[in-house]
Ligand binder design. Structure first.
Ligand code: C2E
Ligand code: MG
Ligand code: MG
Ligand code: MG
Length: 285
């Protein structure tokens, strides 16, 4: 390939990948200090009940305010944190923040706040970490948040092939009342009958399935696929959340197809936690 592209191109590509390796190294090395210095922050993206448009909570999405590179998204540093194991303390920090935040929302919304929950993403390293269950329980207790107000998101790919031993911590959390959602559902290759064995309560349908419904002409194949997944999920007593809802057309279609919850720019981009107070209180009144 290098030959076909010519010698110069080869050198350029090489210099380029060197720069990437160096950038990767310096970001990776900066992670522990960033956690100590408080450079991470969390944005919250509302989750909306499609049936009536009310806010039912939000997903916590971590960002890094890097001193020289500005705001970095999770795709730029979570893989690095996973490689180095820093994801465990970082993930715990996210969980602590999110649990406290959810407690605040619920308090502020009074009696109507009971329906507000927070979703937190879990990495595979956290899943296999021996103290996942005890850490989570401790965080919930410290925050004064009941387990059913927390939803942990695990990607389908991280669970494919997991045996009963590997699933035990998730099952324990589910038994305590924590919701477990299967994130990016549909992008993996799990055997559908496998779903029955997982301690999950929600499927989060990957955004690639709903892209074809953004605007007319609607992709009829995407409609059929979503219809099929919703019917399968509901048969198994699982709720369906759709990601990446960007237009009113899409929201209307997905509501019609029986999806339960939606998340996307059409409703709100990820933003500061205070915004959820406003949205949730508006619903309550
Ligand atoms: P995810 O859990 O699937 O989160 C959804 C992603 O879709 C978020 O990207 C969100 O900003 C984006 N999104 C939401 N609505 C729309 C929309 O309407 N259109 C489009 N185009 N995108 C939308 P983000 O914040 O960049 O996060 C990327 C991924 O990083 C997340 O995917 C999640 O897997 C991971 N992540 C984020 N926070 C954490 C964390 O605290 N811990 C771990 N382990 N992973 C995290
Ligand atoms: Mg997620
Ligand atoms: Mg997702
Ligand atoms: Mg994703």
């Amino acid at each position: 390939r290098a030959k076909a592209a010519g010698g110069n191109r080869y050198e350029l590509a090489d210099a380029d990948s060197n720069a990437r390796v160096i950038a990767r190294h310096s970001l990776t090395n900066g992670l522990p200090a960033a956690l100590e210095r408080g450079e991470f922050f969390i944005e919250y993206q509302p989750l909306v009940r499609l049936a009536d448009g009310t806010v039912r909570g939000a997903e916590a999405l971590v960002r890094w305010l890097h001193p020289t590179h500005g705001v970095l998204g999770p795709d730029q540093f979570i893989p690095l944190a996973e490689d180095t194991g820093l994801i465990v303390p970082l993930g715990r920090w996210v969980l602590e923040q999110a649990a406290r935040q959810a407690r605040d929302w619920r308090d502020a919304a009074g009696g109507d706040g009971d329906r507000l929950r927070v979703n937190v993403n879990l990495s595979p390293c956290q899943l296999s970490h021996p103290s996942l269950v005890s850490d989570t329980v401790a965080v919930l207790e410290d925050a004064g948040l009941c387990p059913s107000a927390l939803c942990l998101e695990v990607t389908e790919n991280d669970l494919i092939g997991a045996d009963e031993d590997a699933l035990r911590p998730l099952r324990q959390l589910a038994d305590l009342g924590v919701d477990i959602a299967l994130d990016d559902f549909g992008t993996g290759y799990s055997n559908l009958s496998y779903l029955r064995r997982l301690p999950v309560s929600t499927l989060k349908l990957d955004r690639s399935f709903t892209r074809g419904m953004q605007r007319a002409p609607i992709d009829p194949v995407d409609v059929k696929i979503v219809e099929g997944i919703v019917s399968l999920a509901h048969t198994l007593d699982l709720a369906v959340t759709v990601e990446g809802v960007e237009t009113a057309v899409q929201a209307e279609y997905l509501r019609g197809l029986g999806c339960d919850t939606a998340q996307g720019w059409y409703y709100a981009r990820p933003g500061p936690p205070e915004r959820l107070h406003t949205l949730a209180l508006a619903d309550a009144s």
